[in-house]
Design a protein around this ligand. Structure first.
Ligand code: AMP
Length: 182
């Protein structure tokens, strides 16, 4: 895989203005997912960035729902575990829960208890880093489980929303990796 292949694959991410509401530029990864060779190139690049981390990674923690698509493919490629983080009410057993603030209002995320423990190291993966609120909520869930996070991994980072700075402020020392920064 060359840098050119990766650039071509990432160029399939489509900008959708004013979705889901006026003023938001939505980054639509579905054209990239629909193109088999491009999806493969992107999964290979994300897998390589995980393999390059100094620690051994036991599992990926991924966020519903686009994080699941990338996370599932990556776990298969790396032969590591997959831990799902979901919207409230979707997981059937005891959960850790994190309420967090959105631009307007609140949301919450949940993760099953007992899937992770303090001897585990994880990477949190999602498609897009915007303000950082979602990945930081996920980070709190990982911390409730006692596990350690080696990195936050994204396909794409929207630089002007300063998610990177928000993560660095709240959780100094966690590596932040994006294949593309806009
Ligand atoms: P945030 O918590 O602000 O970093 O938002 C990240 C989450 O919301 C990720 O799960 C993204 O899939 C989604 N998201 C936020 N903003 C966008 C955007 N402009 N385009 C696509 N997805 C977005």
């Amino acid at each position: 895989m060359t840098n050119r292949d990766l650039e071509n694959a990432l160029s399939l991410i489509a900008d959708v203005p004013d979705y889901p509401k006026p003023g938001i530029l939505f980054k639509d990864i579905t054209p990239l997912l629909a193109d088999g060779p491009s999806f493969g190139v992107v999964v290979d690049a994300l897998a390589q960035s995980i393999a390059d981390l100094p620690e051994k990674i036991d599992a990926l923690v991924a966020i519903e729902s686009r994080g699941f698509i990338l996370g599932g493919a990556l776990c298969r490629a790396l032969n590591i575990g997959f831990v799902t983080v979901r919207k409230p009410g979707k997981l059937p057993r005891d959960v850790h829960r994190k309420d967090y603030q959105l631009e307007y209002g609140f949301d919450a995320l949940e993760m099953h208890k007992n899937l992770l423990s303090k001897d585990k190291t994880v990477v949190i993966v999602d498609d897009v880093l915007a303000t950082g609120g979602t990945v930081l909520a996920c980070q709190d869930l990982v911390e409730m489980s006692g596990a350690r996070t080696a990195a936050h991994l994204f396909l794409l980072e929207i630089s002007q929303l300063n998610g990177r700075e928000a993560i660095q402020r709240a959780k100094p020392g966690i590596e932040i990796i994006s294949l593309l920064r806009t």
